[in-house]
Structures are given as C-alpha cells and as structure tokens.
Design a protein around this ligand. Sequence first.
Ligand code: ADP
Length: 447
Amino acid sequence: MIEKILVANRGEIALRVIRAAREMGIQSVAVHSTADANAMHVRMADESVCIGPPASTDSYLSIPAIIAACEVTGAQAIHPGYGFLSENANFVQIVEDHGLTFIGPTAEHIRIMGDKITAKDTMKALGVPCVPGSDGGVPDLETALKVGEEVGYPVIIKATAGGGGKGMKVANNADEMKSAFSTARAEGKSNFGNDEVYIEKYLGKPRHIEIQVFGDGKGNAVHLGERDCSLQRRHQKVFEEAPGPAISPEERAAIGKVCADAVARINYIGAGTIEFLYENGEFFFIEMNTRLQVEHPVTEAIFGVDLVREQIRVAEGLPMSFTQDDLSINGHAIEVRINAEKLPNFAPCPGKISAFHAPGGLGVRMDSALYDGYSIPPYYDSLIGKLIVHGRDRPEALARLNRALGELIVDGIDTTIPLFVALLQEQDILTGDYDIHWLERWLADYV
Ligand code: ADP
C-alpha cells in the first residue's frame, strides 16, 4: 500500500492531490521551485523539497530532481497532476525503473495517445467515431492539397504532437493551404520538436464534448458522462459544465459505452478523457488526454465521486469503488477558470494579492492556492483558481455561480472574474446555446 505520495506539481492541482491523500491517511510530499517557497501546496503538504530554480524546465520538469526528491523523502508514488510531466511517457518509464509507482496510465498508453495520429488510428480500430480527414501523416504540400480536395474545405492542419491549442491552422481553400501547412509544421517543430502534421475536416459549428473514462488496468472500465467545454478562447477552455446542455441521456449512454469499452479493451488504468467534437447529433473523436483534467470537478460534483482517490486506489492495485450501474447523475455543475489575466486581451497579470476571499455556501467549491499576501510568480500558468458550483438543475447552478462570483474577492491583480459576470448576462449562456466559436465571436465585441 502507498504510504507517501510525492506531488510533482504546484498550484491548485497540487492541493487537490494533497487533500485526497490526507483523507486516505497517506502522507504527502510537495516539491517546489525557489519561486514557490511560500506557495500554499508547500505549506499544506506533510513535507516539502526544493527541486530547483524558477524556470519549470529546471524544477517541475526536472526528472532527476523529482526522482531524487522521492528517494530523499521515501515517497513510493508520484502523482503528476496535469500539465508538466503528466503526459510524459519517458518520465513514467523512469519512475517505474526506479521502483516507484506512477499514479496514472502506463508509459505505453501515454505514448499511443500523445501522438494524435496514432491515437486516432487506435480509436478508429476500437470503434470510436473520428473526424474525417487524412489517412495518417501528410508529408508534403502536394499531398496536403490532394487531401484538401478530397475532404473538402475548410480543413484544419494539426501537429501530431500538438497540445494546448498550439500547432493547429485552418485553411479555407487551396490558396490558404500553402501557408497553413507550413505554419502548422513549424509550430509543431518549435513547440513539440516534431513537424509531422495531419489534416481534418474543419467542422463549422461543433460543441466540444468530452467523455470522462476510468479504468482499473485489468480490463474493467466505466464512463462518467460528458463535460461540455465549448466555451473556449484560442482553443483553450474557460467555462465547463456537466451534463452537457445539448446531450440527451440516450446519446450519453451510447457514446459513453463506446468509450468505456474502448479503454477496457486496451486495459487502460486510471482517469482519462476522450475528447469529441459534436455536430448535428454526431460525435467525432479528436484526442484523448491520459491524465486528470483541469475540469474534472464538474464530473465529481454530479456523480459524487472523488476521482483522485480512485486514481490512487487503482494505482495500489485495488478495484474501482464503483461499477457503471452505481454511477448516476445528480444535478448540474459548472466550473469557471479564474486566471491572473487582464481583460480584454487576457495579458498575464502576475503580482501580489492584497485581499482574497473565497466564496462558500451550499454547492460551492473553490479550488485555489491563493491566500492573502501571496505573490503570484510570473513563471507559470495563469490559472489561479477554479470556481465550481453544483445545483439541482442548470438554472440553479447558474444562479449559484452568479451568487458565488459576487462573493469572490481577488484584489491586487486583474483576473478573468469580470468575464464570467458578463457572460451570465448573455441569453445564449443562460439557455446553453453555444458552440466552440461562440466565445471568440462574443469577445470580438467585448470591451
Ligand atoms: P489540443 O491538443 O491543442 O487541445 P485538440 O485537438 O484537442 O487540440 O483541439 C482543441 C480545440 O480545437 C477543439 O476543442 C476545437 O475547438 C478545435 N478543433 C480541433 N479540431 C477541430 C476540427 N476538426 N474542426 C473544428 N475545430 C477543431
């Protein structure tokens, strides 16, 4: 059994893991850069180890420093959170080679899903519906133009190693293909060290619907419904909800079963998310994330489960604590991402927090590592908190979100809080009538 977990992350997700560990009677070890010496995850863990200077390449991404921290503290397992090393197959291999437990899927699963072309091929073979497009990688412009004709414009050129919205370019016609193709390749090369690209039909008005799956690594898997994450800026999610306002119980059961069966067949272990675009009643697979997602709390809220606890259980070789039949949806949940960013351009806005007050009350959850007097360092992601509300139905969740946003105080820096206050005035948001382009369109007029 795991007695001590090292959390290879920072911020709210490090707290999230430390909390689950503590409830399970497991000790926690925080790691931190010199810039994070006063961070909340360091204060809240049972032990902490400084693993390097501020730059994440020298600290949170330093595999030798993290392995050494396990050896020094006697931690037997590592939880990677999201981002940083969470989807690094090489890291997982090294962790296992040191006789430590990685709380997450195997290196092999991460490798397969980390390459989007291999992921698509794998999912297709497992019976998961995919976006129409090129058959694997597209080596040159000539082939790209041919695919463009076959698939029909507009198309999207995507880096197989891409992530975080980088390495994707839309081409509306053959003329645009030339620059879109070379830009996508160049972005893949510079951001991910891999210039292989593939091409997909560019869907006009889809919603981003993702299915939460969970496996025990022994051929059993369940799904925990969907999250609608269509409200995005630059392909980055800002507002997520579950269940999806456009998805019927029948659609959920059908696509959920396809996903659970697919991951069961590959003996997937732990939490995973299968992402789809959804248009005119059809689901099209785009990618799988082999980790806990930022937006996992909305699923936890409506199913009443602790996904991090489950991750730790299956990593220990225990069965999942629920079967598909045990899982049912209760109410509606919404998450908004509070970023240290200045509107309207979303410029990063690190700095000192002069006052912080988290909202509370029935159905409100605030996952944040902020505290009064904390200085947000400029080196990392701008996410400083997630506000999650849960209500008996969608209108109640929306009213609760409005109320909770009114209570939330983050003084001293600019944040995305006013964005959500404004969004709650919009009829389309109140009725759930939005697609992946809605927010960008709306932001164009928002000052
Ligand atoms: P990343 O790994 O960078 O997050 P994804 O493949 O998950 O990239 O796509 C991110 C977002 O980009 C999607 O949620 C959607 O908004 C948009 N997108 C991706 N593929 C398509 C497509 N074929 N048609 C239209 N939009 C797309």
